[in-house]
Design a protein around this ligand. Sequence first.
Ligand code: HZT
Ligand code: MN
Ligand code: MN
Length: 431
Amino acid sequence: MLEKVDNAVSTVQEALKRSKLDPQSTTSTGVEGTRPTPSSEATTGEVGGTSDKKKKKKKKKNTNIKNITNFYPDNVYPEGQWMEYHQDFNLQRTTDAEKRYEARDKENATRWNDMRKGAEIHRRVRKNLQNKLKPDMSLMDVVDIVENATRKFTGVDENGEFAGQTKVQGIGFPTGVSLNNIAAHFTPNAGDKTVLRYEDVMKVDIGVHINGYIVDSAWTVAFDSKYDNLLEAVREATNTGVREAGIDVRLTDIGEAIQEVMESYEIELDGTTYGIKPCRNLCGHNIAPFRIHGGKSVPIVKNGDQTKMEEGEHFAIETFGTTGRGYVVPSGECSHYAKAQGSHPVPSLSRAKALLKTIDDNFGTLPFCRRYLDRIGEDKYLFGLNQLVKQGIVQDYPPLVDVAGSYTAQFEHTILLHPHKKEVVSKGEDY
Ligand code: HZT
Ligand code: MN
Ligand code: MN
């Protein structure tokens, strides 16, 4: 029998508890410490959601969602989870690098601190959503919760310190809320009435940027415990990718390790057993300032790519598992866009030219979605937007879907490859 819908919130929280790294797997692979302890406000205060005084008509103001500088007046943000490089060829590097580390790291200190600030905001934004998520909420409500909290924490909300200055800090990319066979890049466009159901499997993919340094991290929500094996497979596959990542590590080797773990799982759904497959044409990626894709792709299968990770790089390690074909195709109405890489022709139509100016002013090279154009007052822009896509000035990122009836899951973390150790900057108590 299905669990009652009333249990939905606790089901989510239990699912997230189940998502914690197995302590044994962490000791065996050299994880040193646990995650930073966020300041008490983050964990003890009720970050939204259910409260003691209930059933009041008036919505309770959430006083924990305000510019994050209020919680960190010294502007020093907590470090992520430190992890040793475990490959043999990195051992010498570790000793050598440690000596020079302090001096060199100072040059990067601002960058790391910006990343950690973005990560701390990410943890608080997702915690807030996790406390509020329930079946039968609309996906529009879900993305509004995420994005309004991100705006508040970064101070780009109406009355914030950086009101409207979305290129200084704020939302890093559109909030992905992809259901079931949709693996990635779904966010509602205006008028979308899609509702999250008890039986759905939702990938929540959230981006926060500080001065163009993007934290990209995602997890999967399922109210129904019948999907546990799918989620566990993908969580472990992503943890494997994070463990394998390192300076001078070949991308194909990371893909091979991820694939092996993912394919060791199966799931029985309504009497049928499915082997869990990686979605072989989805990848992790490096991240450059204001660019969600820095040019390297981290496969989730063995693909022969001999390219190596390098010192100082910043990667999103993400894996996708599926009960379907293991291959996604673009399908459905597009919501996600970003300026394309490289130099571009001048738009031929004046409407398109004006829209490009709006995109440059508000997003630069950060990804955006149609809702973000709506909220800054753009109207009837679709023809111009499609022109920009046709001319190669803007890249469209349509939803990526596996076969109908299949279920896909995703977990993703952002990592920093410091000279001596890596830092899983987006690591939280939840995943
Ligand atoms: C593109 C557009 C966005 C990057 C990965 C991803 C969500 O699939 C090289 C490897 C946001 C992100 C992206 F609006 N994509 N991470 N989180 N999507 S990707 C990609 O296009 S490019 C993977
Ligand atoms: Mn992502
Ligand atoms: Mn990503």
